[in-house]
Design a binder for this molecule. Structure first.
Ligand SMILES: [Zn+2]
Length: 491
């Protein structure tokens, strides 16, 4: 898997991603000043300065700038795990507008955030620190509650006066960073950030309590064990106690003993017997652990020890060991380790894709393709499977077929820059020059580089010649690009 696609992003890693929550908090500024009590719902625009649609566009424009400035992970299995589970939690939530967009940030630091426009961000580090699926879900339920209660709009009302200059400075920092200003942009961002966090702390306690309360109720409604929320808080409190540099999430979400006790009491009053964990979640954790381990060899050692401690009966440790062995080229041991897992989970997508990785490592592309095709019959719209199929066809130099697969996937995930990145690569090899430029334009629009997006659309138009249908489609994208630019400039 390639990651960190945005070329600028690589330089910035962990320091930057730790700042995210505050950036989000500052986004509250241009949102409508809703009445403090009796908040209008997202659909009710009559009492708002800014319509729900404008709020949506603003959030998405901000997301594209964020993507241009922080390193992201493009792991289809983890991305689709997050999407699937957060949509599941949203279903029983009070969130009215459920058009969500996700970003998976490549940082081992614990953080998660929600921004207006239904933007949900997760750091890789959340998987490291949430030990069970229910703990992961408890953080997501809390973040969704910030969205459903429109806390950003409420913050705005309290902080309107002082926030506007800070917002301007903050966005200047983000844009400078995204435009390649490098350290200067980061420094501008960091200094406004410090002030933002202090300000945020003063006003956010009520919002945090409300997000805890509503998030907890929803956690239980979504079928999870509500005790996971106080469990997660206790872990956070411990991290704060034993860590000289506590994770960013703790700065915006201070965990006090009363907060733990409060959520523990409430959880005990709710129905029990909800889901607490799953093999699937533990497998995703293993992927993340492998990603942040110094080397696949070291990861293999750790997974092997864990597996031996459980007498070979620990699916996630076995799964992690297979991936680590495959990545370090120990194909024979990987195949032997994989066997019992595949026997136990013959139709599992993650397990089969581990087998596909091994097939590819052995040069067995035909077998890899057969495996993916069999699973696609069961899950025809699976993102990880379609991506794997496109990848295998690309490796097999069957470019025309690869292009058909990636085009279908792009039509299903038109807001996903990772898919457009791969589409551009495949279309190039397939000789579809107009298609390369339009795919790159989509990628740059989603990754916050609007100048490059415009350039790619111009190139596409020149190459499209007299093809009226294509020209019309390119014109429509130019229009969208102009709208996105106007949204950003109006910030
Ligand atoms: Zn919160």
């Amino acid at each position: 898997m390639h990651s960190n696609k945005a070329p600028l992003a690589r330089r910035f890693n962990a320091t930057f991603s730790g700042l995210v929550f505050g950036v989000v908090a500052c986004l509250a500024v241009p949102l409508p000043a809703a009445a403090e009590y009796n908040l209008p719902s997202l659909g009710d625009t009559s009492s708002s300065i800014m319509s729900a649609q404008q709020e949506y566009q603003l959030g998405r424009a901000w997301l594209s700038m964020l993507r241009g400035a922080v390193p992201t992970m493009d792991d289809p299995l983890i991305k689709s795990f997050i999407e699937h589970h957060v949509y599941g939690i949203a279903e029983t939530s009070q969130l009215e507008d459920r058009r969500l967009a996700f970003v998976l940030i490549d940082s081992p630091q614990l953080n998660a955030f929600a921004a207006p426009g239904g933007v949900v961000g997760v750091n890789g580090g959340l998987f490291l620190n949430a030990y069970t699926e229910a703990e992961f879900a408890s953080v997501m339920a809390h973040e969704l509650a910030h969205l459903s209660q429109r806390h950003f709009a409420r913050n705005l009302q309290q902080q309107e006066r002082m926030r506007i200059p800070m917002m301007t400075a903050m966005l200047a920092g983000v844009i400078l960073a995204a435009a390649g200003g490098g350290d200067a942009g980061i420094a501008a961002l960091a200094s406004t950030q410090a002030a933002a966090i202090q300000e945020q702390r003063r006003f956010s306690r009520q919002n945090e309590q409300e997000a805890d309360r509503i998030g907890l109720t929803n956690l239980e409604r979504a079928g999870y064990d509500p005790e996971a929320m106080p469990d997660m808080f206790e872990r956070l409190a411990q991290m704060g106690r034993f860590n000289r540099n506590p994770p960013e999430f703790l700065l915006t979400h201070p965990v006090t003993q009363s907060r733990i006790a409060d959520s523990r009491n409430r959880a005990e009053q709710l129905a029990n017997g909800g889901k607490s964990d799953s093999v699937e979640y533990q497998m995703m954790r293993a992927r993340i652990q492998l990603h942040y381990e110094q080397s696949p060899g070291l990861a293999a050692q750790r997974f092997r020890i864990l597996l031996e401690e459980h007498d070979g009966d620990h699916a996630a440790a076995r799964y992690g060991l297979v991936l680590a062995l495959t990545r370090s080229g120990q194909n024979e041991e990987a195949a032997k380790t994989l066997q019992p897992l595949l026997a136990e989970h013959p139709d599992d997508v993650a397990v089969n894709l581990a087998a596909v990785d091994l097939d590819i490592s052995l040069g067995e592309l035909t077998q890899a393709l057969q495996r993916v095709d069999r699973l696609l019959k069961i899950n025809p719209d699976s993102y990880p499977l379609q991506e794997a199929k496109a990848d295998i066809l690309l490796r097999a130099r069957r470019y025309a077929e690869a292009e058909r697969v990636i085009n279908r996937l792009a039509s299903q995930r038109e807001g996903d820059p990772d898919v457009w990145y791969l589409a551009a690569e495949i279309r190039g090899l397939a000789g579809n020059i107009v298609g390369v430029h339009t795919a790159r334009a989509e990628y740059f629009m989603l990754a916050g580089d609007l100048d490059q997006a415009a350039e790619q659309l111009d190139l596409a138009q020149v190459r499209a010649g007299d093809d009226y249908v294509r020209r019309a489609r390119i014109d429509a994208r130019k229009q969208s690009l102009a709208e996105q630019r106007a949204t950003i400039e109006n910030l």
